[in-house]
Design a protein around this ligand. Structure first.
Ligand code: C5P
Length: 412
């Protein structure tokens, strides 16, 4: 579980979004975290400590005079036990307090007393759109960022007051994903990672086509892992039944040629290109404008095929890739002789890293096993969830790219 060794202090300040904090608490606990809830008096107007106690499995703190603590210093003890403090919802008023270093209630006092170098403070603001847009709020926000807080942003949409705009608290599932991402190592901070994923669909006629069994799960996990590692991520995706990972820009395409065009347009600004897509080698050259009908002759219509462009090979041949400025990773989905095929494919595609996997054993599954082939050798990532493997792959790619940069070695 992604938060299994984490102790999170979940702070609630006053706002209607407190009703979402119950779900958030549950989501964090489900991910393995221990959650200690601290509430302001205003938060207690919106949700009871009883609810939060039941969901967190711990008694809730609300007063700096709480006699339960042996030293009577809950603000010190709670802050020192935490791996992170998350304030959700963080009201406009509570932002003022934090920005000014106020300390007249337990939650603000605890935030002020937290060991800044060791215990990060994350804020999920929630307020009416006018309050959010107000220069005073935006000024406080900038100040809090300068002071080292991480602002998780706000959502857009209907507000409890009946208005529509920015300022909603992010949904509990989004905040839980942000917490998971927050704790991942930032090995690709500021980098642009381009990923292709899923199958392609090559039309025979307007209602039929040729595709394959790729679910896109591995590529989507790679895109998520790159985002968690701090990268800006563009995901060029064939038709799949998956939501875009949080914070990832998805460009949806259908055919190999559309994927080729979209990918080559992004490649000049990318630092990494990870080609996980199962691209059709061939497209139907004589695809019909209208639905092909049986004509009673018993003859099958003759399809002719044209070879699709090789997206990975084209990107890998670009000047930036050859100079090492763009690190390319290919995938090979094989049904046998994984090592030999992956080694040959690495050479043929001209990429520094080729990742082999057994196609029939991975398509559609939530887990996989990978074989990483570089010029220097072979490394096995044993069977694990696709997300865990993707995180390892991102970390390894960042290391390899760095060592290529520092040695200036020819990558392929
Ligand atoms: O040649 P093959 O399809 O086995 O190579 C697999 C690798 O090449 C994968 O990384 C895949 O995404 C990429 N590829 C591509 N364009 C193609 C065919 C494969 O980018 N037309």
């Amino acid at each position: 579980m992604d938060l299994s060794d984490k102790h999170i202090v979940l702070g609630l300040s006053g706002g209607i979004a407190c009703y979402k904090s119950a779900d958030l608490c549950r989501a964090l606990v489900k991910l393995g975290a221990t959650v200690q809830v601290v509430m302001t008096a205003a938060a207690g107007q919106f949700i009871t400590p009883v609810t939060m106690q039941a969901l967190s499995g711990r008694t809730v703190y609300g007063s700096q005079w709480d006699p339960r603590e042996h030293n009577n210093m809950p603000h010190i003890n709670l802050a020192r036990e935490a791996d992170a403090i998350l304030i959700a919802p963080c009201s406009a008023d509570f932002m003022v307090k934090l920005a000014q270093g106020g300390a007249d209630d337990l939650l603000s006092l605890m935030c002020l007393a937290r060991p800044m170098a060791r215990v990060p403070l994350l804020l999920a603001p929630a307020m009416n759109r006018e309050m959010w847009a107000h220069p005073a709020t935006q000024r406080n926000l900038r100040q809090l960022q300068l002071d080292g807080a991480t602002i998780l942003g706000v959502g857009h949409g209907d507000q409890a007051c009946g208005e529509t705009g920015d300022g909603r608290m992010l949904e509990p599932t989004e905040l839980a994903l942000d917490m998971v991402a927050f704790f991942q190592p930032k090995c690709m901070l500021g980098r642009h990672v381009l990923v292709t994923a899923g199958p392609t669909y090559e039309a025979i006629d307007p209602v039929r086509g040729i595709t394959n069994l790729s679910s896109g799960k591995m590529g989507y996990a790679v895109a998520r892992a790159a985002r968690e590692a701090g990268a800006q991520v563009t995901l060029v995706s064939g038709p799949v039944a998956l939501d875009a990972p949080r914070g990832v820009t998805r460009i949806s395409v259908r055919s190999a040629r559309e994927m080729h065009t979209a990918t080559l347009a992004q490649a000049p600004s990318a630092d990494f290109f990870i080609a996980t897509a199962a691209v059709a080698d061939w497209r139907v050259a004589n695809s019909a404008e209208h639905k092909i009908k049986k004509d009673g002759s018993g003859q099958m219509p003759q399809l002719q095929f044209a070879e699709n462009p090789d997206i990975l090979a084209d990107v890998a041949q670009s000047e930036r890739a050859r100079s090492g400025a763009l690190f390319c990773v290919g995938f090979a989905a094989e049904s046998q002789d994984l090592l030999a095929n992956a080694q040959a494919k690495r050479q043929r595609k001209g990429v520094p890293l080729l990742v082999g996997n057994i196609g029939p054993a991975t398509f559609g599954q939530d887990d996989n096993a990978l074989l990483l082939v570089t010029a220097d050798g072979v490394e096995e990532f044993p069977r694990d969830s696709k997300l865990a493997l993707a995180r390892r792959l991102i970390m390894r790619s960042a290391e390899l790219a760095l060592s290529l940069e520092s040695t200036g070695a020819s990558h392929a």
